[in-house]
Design a protein around this ligand. Structure first.
Ligand code: ZN
Length: 235
């Protein structure tokens, strides 16, 4: 086994693992949707300017995510979690930048969506996220809060907003014995920050990706290849 039940593993996943299931993530530079830049559909300013456009974008992404299936990388991470958590369910923590639910549908249990969840919405005033698989594609269909009547927005961390539960993320990393980074650039935020913390603590660091990251020397091990090719070999 690549990781053992003595390990407490922190995993960070990014766009690469969803892309292999055919889902675009739109976070990269140059991401376009129907000719709109991400700034026009995924920022607080976009929401203020045109909530209908924002909801059409996220409704489309809900449709795409519902039609997608977990891939071999998602399944392998669920298997690794199963193998490590016999004694303690907290021996595995999966922090993902992806907003789809493919990790959950692949069988992962302990998943934190640092950039929010496609299938949750929240009232802009009450701020309490709730499960929501609906599509809102016309001005008349825009959702409002049953409690206070305020607009309901996607429970997504937009550009310029703070990732969810950074405190919990660092708490988990500070208890981990190994960090595995998959499907995201190792040399930019947030992976670069996490690997710095991991190196200060002296824990094992592993990078999985099709190309060497710029900060390859920050990792103990570099496993070159796509997430679906490499992760099944670790499970
Ligand atoms: Zn409300």
């Amino acid at each position: 086994m690549f990781f053992t039940p003595q390990d407490r593993l922190f995993v960070l996943t990014g766009a690469g693992s969803s892309a292999e299931s055919g889902l675009a993530t739109f976070r990269g530079s140059g991401g376009l949707w129907n000719g709109h830049s991400v700034e026009q559909v995924a920022t607080p300013e976009a929401w203020e300017a045109d909530p209908e456009l924002v909801w059409r974008f996220y409704s489309m992404r809900r449709r795409d995510a519902l039609a997608a299936e977990p891939n071999a990388a998602h399944l392998a991470l669920a298997q690794i979690e199963c193998d490590l958590t016999g004694a303690d369910p907290e021996n595995f923590y999966l922090c993902t930048q992806n907003v789809d639910d493919l990790h959950e549908r692949g069988g992962s249990q302990r998943v934190h969506h640092m950039h929010g969840s496609l299938f949750q919405s929240r009232c802009v005033r009450c701020n309490k996220p709730f499960t929501d698989q609906s599509f809102y594609e016309t001005a008349a269909a825009l959702p409002t809060c049953a409690t206070c009547g305020s607009p309901v927005r996607p429970h997504i961390v937009w550009f310029g907003e703070i990732p969810l539960d950074m405190e919990g993320i660092y708490r988990e990393l500070n208890r981990a014995t190994a960090l595995l980074v998959v499907g995201t650039s190792g040399s930019v935020y947030p992976a670069a920050g996490l690997v710095d913390v991991a190196n200060r603590r002296g824990i094992r660091t592993v990078y999985v990706g099709p190309e060497e990251p710029l900060n390859a020397r920050s990792f103990d091990e570099i496993l070159l290849g796509t997430a679906t090719a490499v992760l099944p070999t670790l499970a």
